[in-house]
Design a protein around this ligand. Structure first.
Ligand code: C2E
Ligand code: CA
Ligand code: CA
Ligand code: CA
Length: 276
């Protein structure tokens, strides 16, 4: 479409917008018909404790293999699942799979599971999550729910109530993508959170850029002062890891350690694990 819709022109943006709408309509149609338990699965990515030199937790990351669309990114299907209300059933189907996978993990290893803000809006959703955890026999202290501030902003009161109910069970709550929202600092003390996950955009340039370094050091200080655990995500190089460790960061996640992998690969990964 180069000739009729030159890049950067209004026609081009309209064209791209139309494409995106068409894609979302396709995703919605396929999602409404999807067998959630059969078409979706989880990959797991380790969160490494660089002081103890072992895996602290695995973050569950959703994948969809649609019979009609092929593999669809969570970035594309989560928003559609939220808009259609299918997120509730999807989150529960995935949590069921994650808890089942944990049965073969070492006892000290935790699960980090992404919840949508929509999951926190309904009280019966929290009741179902609570029941699933109880049925699984997994101690709640081994579970951390990750939530993003962007979603929580819409309804801070309900979200706070739901997070409080989950915290009361003994699970951890992590504020995900920390630093990318509008008022991260405002939420830190208003919500019952136990961890911060620093967004990978702050990590990319820490070795070359003093400003990035200052920002990440300030966030690490903040987490320490508030007695929150802190995970830095998107660690891709050994230089980044060494720098972050020297700055007092203990928990890290990223391609340097391991890309997301199937549940069946975890036993071998645990057996062969060593810090890079
Ligand atoms: P997120 O929660 O911030 O997850 C981290 C994303 O960064 C994952 O992408 C992961 O594969 C990727 N990543 C991990 N390490 C590195 C690294 O070193 N470098 C780079 N460049 N990327 C890295 P993924 O799996 O595509 O997930 C994208 C987003 O979709 C997640 O971002 C999360 O917001 C959402 N998502 C994924 N699974 C679920 C789920 O089960 N439920 C909900 N509600 N959202 C989910
Ligand atoms: Ca996450
Ligand atoms: Ca994140
Ligand atoms: Ca993210």
């Amino acid at each position: 479409h180069a000739k009729t819709h030159a890049p950067g022109t209004a026609a081009c943006f309209a064209f791209e917008h139309e494409n995106r709408m068409h894609r979302q309509a396709q995703v919605e149609q396929a999602l409404r018909r999807a067998d959630l338990a059969a078409e979706f699965h989880l990959l797991f990515q380790p969160i490494v404790d660089v002081v103890a030199g072992r895996v602290q937790a695995y973050e569950a990351l959703a994948r969809w293999n649609s019979p009609t669309l092929g593999s669809v990114s969570p970035v594309d299907f989560i928003v559609v699942a939220e808009r259609t209300g299918l997120i509730h059933d999807l989150s529960l189907a995935l949590l069921r799979k994650a808890l089942a996978a944990m049965a073969s993990w070492p006892e000290h290893v935790a699960l980090s599971f992404n919840l949508s803000a929509y999951d926190l809006a309904a009280a019966e959703g929290i009741a179902t999550i609570t029941a699933l955890i109880a049925e699984s026999g997994i101690v709640p202290e081994r579970i951390v729910f990750e939530v993003t501030e962007t979603g929580l902003m819409r309804d801070l009161v309900d979200a706070g109530r739901s997070l409080g109910a989950l915290r009361a069970l003994g699970v951890g709550i992590a504020l995900d993508d920390f630093g990318t929202g509008y008022s991260s600092l405002g939420y830190v003390h208003r919500l019952p959170i136990s961890e911060l996950k620093i967004d990978r955009s702050f990590v990319t340039d820490i070795c070359s850029d003093a400003a990035s370094r200052n920002i990440i050091h300030s966030i690490l200080d903040l987490a320490r002062n508030l007695r929150l655990l802190c995970v830095v995500e998107g660690v891709e190089t050994e230089a980044q890891m060494l720098h972050l460790r020297a700055a007092g960061c203990r928990y890290m996640q990223g391609y340097l350690f391991q890309k997301p992998m199937p549940a069946a690969a975890i036993a071998a990964f645990e057996a062969g694990f060593a810090l890079p």
